[in-house]
Design a protein around this ligand. Sequence first.
Ligand code: HEC
Ligand code: HEC
Length: 292
Amino acid sequence: MSVTERDPISGYLTTGHDWNGIKELNSPVPRIVLWFLAVTHIYAVIAWLLFPTWPLGNTYTKGLLGGDQQDAVAADLAAAATARASWMAALATQDFDTIRENPDLMARAKATAAPLFGQNCQVCHGADGTGGPGFPRLSDDIWLWGGTAEEIETTLRYGINSPHPDTRFAQMPPFGRDGLLTRAEIAVVTDYVLTLANGVIPDDPAEGAVLFQTNCAGCHGADARGLEGTGAPDLTDADWLYGGAPTTIRQILLNGRQGVMPAWQGRLSDAEIRMMALYVEGLSVDGAGDAP
Ligand code: HEC
Ligand code: HEC
């Protein structure tokens, strides 16, 4: 249908289309749009000339400016790797006191260790090392094997009850299963353990105290505060590795316990193990968690 009709208000011709009395004007494309199209096309041509653009089989048009993002990224990466290699080497070789006195190195170590902790340790020790049943809290100042970076490095490198030949070894014997104590004695010792927080008197004549001194003091100490090098926890504080409920303690006395901490030598580099040791040492120093 070709009807030439002019809109009386705007003065434009209509297209002749009519929707229930509404007619479409045949107005021209606005000038600004045409300008915009022209400018973008000109820019595209200039960009083709200046920057790498068209693929040509194995290569591409390099552009007059010769800029190459890949070269720039490779150069940045190489520079970062060189810088990283020097401080990683310092972490792997310097003694901890020298590292601790170097704020820049400490900052790098902790910043790099934090995500490593998330990837490798958090699954057992919890976010920020808060621990859980069977997995010691690393953010307090209660330690089975010592909380200096030097001691933590050894724990990390060789593990606890791990397959590594130099592993730290710790076992809570299964007194019930191995018949070392009768069930009645286990009940007495369980009650005794529950009272330990009140302090142990080594020459206490009560049956529980005697059983403890005979069977337990060798690892947990005569004062029940744990003996260095045995990995046996302090039983006089309210901080339990496995939990302080009577049934939990009875189960441990019946069946024993031997928690396993993997060895990280070979899985993490020397520098990584040492930055993790400093990081874990800092978890309690920084007061991230407070001892109960
Ligand atoms: C598969 C679980 C698991 C993973 C993963 C793990 N740990 Fe452990 N970790 C343990 C257990 C279990 C113990 C306690 C062993 C015991 O009962 O004596 C422990 C003990 C420790 C101790 C000794 C605590 C003390 O009181 O002396 C440190 C330090 C430690 N872990 C740090 C780490 C770090 C750092 C990582 C990551 C690189 C890590 N752990 C990964 C399970 C794990
Ligand atoms: C050969 C050394 C050894 C002897 C002997 C020993 N323990 Fe233990 N005990 C340990 C070790 C090591 C652990 C920690 C086990 C682990 O980390 O998996 C432990 C853990 C425990 C726990 C758990 C503590 C917690 O924080 O959850 C209790 C309770 C306990 N022992 C009580 C006793 C009592 C009571 C006796 C004596 C009847 C005894 N132990 C004898 C080494 C010993």
